[in-house]
Design a protein around this ligand. Sequence first.
Ligand code: ADP
Ligand code: MG
Length: 364
Amino acid sequence: RRAPAVLAQLQARGRSFSAEHIAVRRVLGEGSYGQVFEGTLDVGAGNERVVLKRVKSRVQGADEMVQMEHLINVYASKAARGSIAEFMGFCEVERQQANGNLTPGLWLVWRYEGANTLAFYLRRRDGLRALARDLDVPEDLVIPVALRQVLTGLAALHQAGLVHRDVKPLNIIVSERDKRLKLIDLGACADLRSGTNFTPDESILDPLYCPPEQYVLPTDSPHLAKSVIAQAISPVLWARHKPDRFDTWSAGITLLCLAVPSLRTPRGLAQFLKEFERSNYDLDEWRGRTRLAGPRDLAPLDADGGAGWQLAEALLRPRSVEIGDDGSVSFIGSGGAPQRISATEALRHRFLKRAAQLEKERGW
Ligand code: ADP
Ligand code: MG
């Protein structure tokens, strides 16, 4: 009999598949770190469509990265079931088993749920209409429904002590099977309870979706950094520093991209960020000055007494660093303004009320 600790470690690894049962079919996508394919997995009673990911071998520390992503997927697939792509397990391809695209190394395996990311929809002229159709929701509700599904995933991850750190339309898929948005790409996701995939000063983040404070925890607190690495962040430290607010900023940017067509290109979004910073992160001030968005673009946010606008404002508040009397360092809201809200708080916002009713009717 194996010792419980060893057993737990084995279980934590998820299911293992043999390379002979896997075939790589076509490229689905590629990010800075990973190459992703559609393929099939022979499950005995026929083939199942799957998504296969390997970390590019040229990337420095590739092996360790894919191991981290693996561990996080095992944990997150339990914590946020239904809101992140369904993780199935892994396959270790030995040198002699390699063939064609199935190269040696550790591969991660998800159930195939669809090939399109939210970015795919937002690149299209009729993107929101197509998204409404594929999510099977009325077009006037597609923005709140989409945002609500993203926030639901984030709330579940945060509840489990995870911060995704790379929330953006390219890392959100439309599940054809479940007709809902799901988060993918946990490659940068940090487990702050165990310290898995977290080093305090790393910056592997997309600057277009990253909050101005840039980090999930203040980096100038050696005490805090050590405590995270040594034994994980305690609920008290989580409550004080609110590392989850990193992701809610990215959700706020995603909301703006959903509403405002000119922000859907990297160039447009970069321009927005420049202007927003110059407006001291005051959305009203930005609006008065910008040429990126007119009243028609902002109409979905202005409807219902500006419900969406108000929610965007609450998700896109800057945070600044405060040094306490005891020398401790925290992120706080700026200039005495209220703090950026959490995913759970955002889910209670009236902008999402009708979307919540719709989801409830459908038993989601
Ligand atoms: P990276 O860490 O390099 O950004 P991702 O995990 O984001 O890698 O995968 C890169 C791309 O592959 C995604 O933007 C998406 O287009 C596609 N992709 C990844 N996972 C899935 C999935 N489960 N289902 C469908 N497409 C996926
Ligand atoms: Mg990605």
